[in-house]
Design a protein around this ligand. Structure first.
Ligand code: NOJ
Length: 749
């Protein structure tokens, strides 16, 4: 503890940071509670120690990028040359590694970061799946749960949420975000940040969140991971940046930049985006971390001649912490000493990082997250498993239910479960499942056994998980024939979506689809359960399936959550956060495209046709069925004379006309009919979930504020323009009732 005592005594001296000032540099505005402390520490630091704070290495728990073998890391930590580690897990291990940092001259504690993407040891649905719940409170609670669990294992910082918007299902990382819509993605991002960070970073179970990947990673050309982004300013501002801006406003602690270049400039060296926008215009006082090796990768981009040049570019552009490039630790010293990099840049980066360490309380107690007792009680605790089951069932989307094939009654006698995914624990967790352990996951098969203890449940693999070759076909037919219902699991394995997992063909494997068709004649009722981490295409199996449930990858409690929905214990309420194409050539396909000069029809069709394939998606944004039926009335606008001075209020009546209790997500979209730049044919601007008993009805009211009508004009000013707007309310992006209103600038107009 000696070094810590040193720091604390020096902190009391407390002076403001001085040093060379660059007039154009907007410095971190350290909140007054910590300013003296941060600056006191900074003042004590040698250049070498400052650079150490900007350096992050991976531990041995797992490699989440191309690793450099280095056996000197512990020694470097002891000499103050490392500020943060990722991929170090467990209270005991983080305690041990933290003790190395405390042996350094100033004893500045390390930050332990980790990709806590959808849970930690208790795994929740993948983020795209959970976004289908349209339940922001739930998403906040699972992020909270993940923070509680991760923090009990020594983790201070998650590299989540990913708030990248994407319109390309080929991109493997769609699984990590909230889908295609900017407005919704923004809300989801904020909910997750709140969940991770809680009310106070000083609590011992809150962790730093990280808005990533800044910026426009989801716009990679052709959905190829790490690929070039070539984008108009208007689209960048309107589609890709808002979730990041909102994250900064919501107080997210950190940002991670992205691998891609944006219009010719790698994001890691993008001064305009990081330095001017994020830290300047948006007043972001947290710190930025590079993506894994992204500083080094600027050499491969052909943007820097060598690692030294990329270090120079990155620090000037505002990349504060270097994850696994070794660029700062190798070259920043000479860059500062030669005057190429003003020390102010380094100091600012260090202050930002120290501030977070202070806010987490690590200077008071560097081991506060390393409590093995707490770890034991917290990890995989019952409340977290309940939460996993709740989030699992709420994420499932019912895509088809012919002749009321579902729900499956309690008295079902014989069930045939077919498809290797139905019994694959690893594939329940999905990609990037952090510390999730496959053995702890409940499969679909197990979930059904738990739910239907009196039924005879036969299982046949049907296809080989690795090769997709059909297997045991005769046996599959036999058990199908004998069963009251066939439940057939198909889709992606957990390693088929995620980082570096782009696909040129997102069709579900042809053999799997064939299996559904093969079994159709032998099945009294055939329910297809689709698992996966992205929008997939499955036209070939649709007609043969009486019901289709899209379950994504649901995590630890996957099987129980699926059984909850199959049995009707939970009436499915999920809605698609991304359009599901009908054909690969339709990509990018999304609901909020713009009208061309030759639109098809007013509200429902796509504005340009293909000769060879349909132009409509298989399933649109916002789509999802229920076991019950809902009727939504025409929208009623409250009052007349609308102006941007006051909120616009719209009401609809929602009625449950079916026979089950259920939940509808009532969705509101607007269309700005004429503007100074062309506007999308619809923009998602609101939703409300309403739970109704059979025959029950409720009034749902939406309140639209002026900002809901804002857009970026040709000068990139964020403005509203008076005129006519369609307001559309309904069940999905294509099942809407419209009303048109005129909105003037102010009441006086
Ligand atoms: C690379 C990924 O792009 C990023 O999202 C992740 O946080 C880092 N690796 C660390 O694992």
């Amino acid at each position: 503890m000696k070094p810590i005592i040193n720091i604390i005594s020096f902190l009391l001296i407390g002076t403001a940071c001085t040093g060379q000032q660059d007039k154009n540099l907007k410095l971190c505005n350290v909140d007054s509670k910590y300013a003296n402390k941060v600056d006191s520490v900074l003042k004590l630091m040698t250049l070498e120690e400052k650079i150490g704070q900007l350096n992050q290495y991976t531990g041995n728990a797992q490699a989440t990028g191309p690793e450099v073998i280095d056996n000197t890391k512990h020694e470097q930590i002891k000499s103050g040359r490392v500020g943060s580690m990722l991929n170090v897990i467990g209270a005991a291990t983080t305690r041990e590694i933290q003790s190395f940092a405390l042996q350094s001259r100033l004893g500045i504690p390390l930050l332990f970061g980790q990709d806590v993407i959808h849970g930690y040891r208790t795994v929740y649905p993948i983020p795209l799946g959970e976004a289908a719940s349209f339940d922001l409170d739930l998403m906040e609670r699972t992020a909270r749960g993940a923070a509680i669990e991760a923090s009990s294992e020594g983790i201070h910082w998650t590299f989540a949420p990913m708030v990248d918007i994407t319109r390309d299902a080929r991109w493997g990382r769609v699984m990590e975000g909230a889908g295609e819509d900017t407005w919704y993605g923004t809300k989801v991002g904020i909910a997750r940040i709140k969940g991770f960070q809680g009310n106070d970073l000083a609590d011992s179970n809150t962790i730093l969140a990280c808005a990533k990947h800044f910026a426009a990673y989801g716009a990679c050309i052709a959905g190829k991971d790490y690929n070039t982004v070539d984008i108009s300013d208007m689209t960048l501002h309107e589609v890709y940046l808002p979730p990041f801006k909102a994250a900064a406003q919501a107080g997210v602690a950190t940002f991670m930049n992205s691998f891609n270049d944006i219009n010719g400039i790698p994001a890691t060296a993008h001064t305009g985006i990081q330095r001017d926008m994020l830290k300047g215009m948006w007043d972001f006082n947290g710190f930025t971390v590079s993506d894994w090796g992204s500083i080094r990768e600027m050499v491969d981009h052909g943007y820097a001649a060598d690692l030294k040049e990329s270090a120079n570019q990155a620090i000037i552009a505002g990349s504060d912490m270097d994850m696994e490039s070794r660029a700062y630790v190798s070259h920043l010293r000479e860059l500062v000493e030669s005057g190429e990099v003003p020390i102010t840049y380094v100091d600012d980066a260090v202050r930002r990082i120290l501030l977070k360490k202070f806010q987490l309380g690590l200077f008071d107690d560097p081991y506060k997250y390393c409590n093995e007792e707490n770890e034991k009680e917290t990890v995989l605790s019952q409340p977290l498993r309940y939460l996993a089951r709740e989030s699992g069932k709420k994420s499932i989307v019912l895509l088809r239910n012919e002749n009321k094939a579902l729900p499956l009654k309690d008295d079902v006698k014989r069930i045939a479960v077919i498809g290797a995914l139905a019994d694959s624990k690893q594939d329940m967790l999905g990609f990037w499942a952090s510390e999730g352990i496959a053995e702890e996951a409940v499969t679909l098969l197990q979930g059904l056994k738990n739910r239907y203890p009196d039924a005879k449940i036969d299982y046949v693999e049907g296809y080989d998980l690795n090769t997709n070759q059909l297997t045991s076909s005769a046996q599959a037919r036999k058990i199908a024939l004998a069963a009251d219902v066939v439940i057939l699991a198909v889709g992606e394995r957990a390693n088929e979506s995620g980082e570096a997992k782009s696909l040129a063909d997102i069709n579900i494997n042809a053999n799997q689809q064939q299996l559904v068709n093969d079994l159709k004649p032998y099945s009294k009722r055939l329910v297809t359960v689709i698992m996966g981490g992205r929008p997939m295409i499955f036209n070939e199996l649709t007609g043969a399936s009486d019901a289709i449930l899209l379950t994504w990858w649901l995590g630890t409690e996957a099987g129980n959550a699926m059984a909850d929905v199959i049995s009707g214990d939970y009436n499915p309420s999920g809605k698609l956060p991304m359009t599901f194409p009908r054909h690969i050539g339709q990509i990018p396909i999304y609901y909020n495209y713009k009208s061309t000069g030759r639109p098809e029809s007013k509200y429902s069709s796509y504005s340009c046709r293909y000769l060879d394939v349909d132009f409509e998606p298989a399933y649109c944004f916002g789509f999802g069925k229920s076991y019950t039926e809902f009727e939504i009335s025409e929208p009623r606008v409250i009052g007349n004379n609308h102006s941007f001075d006051k909120p616009v209020e719209i009401e609809v009546t929602v009625k449950n006309t079916g026979i089950y209790k259920g939940k509808e997500t009532v969705q509101l979209y607007i269309r700005d009919k004429v503007a100074s730049v062309t506007r999308p044919i619809k923009e998602f601007k609101g939703f409300q979930q309403v739970e109704l008993l059979p025959c029950e009805e409720k009034t749902v009211r939406f309140i639209l504020q002026k900002e809901d009508f804002y857009f970026y004009n040709k000068d990139l000013d964020f403005i509203s323009e008076p005129g006519e707007f369609d307001i559309m309310v309904g069940k999905s992006a294509t099942e809407l009732n419209p009303v048109t209103i005129y909105i003037s600038e102010s009441e006086r107009n």
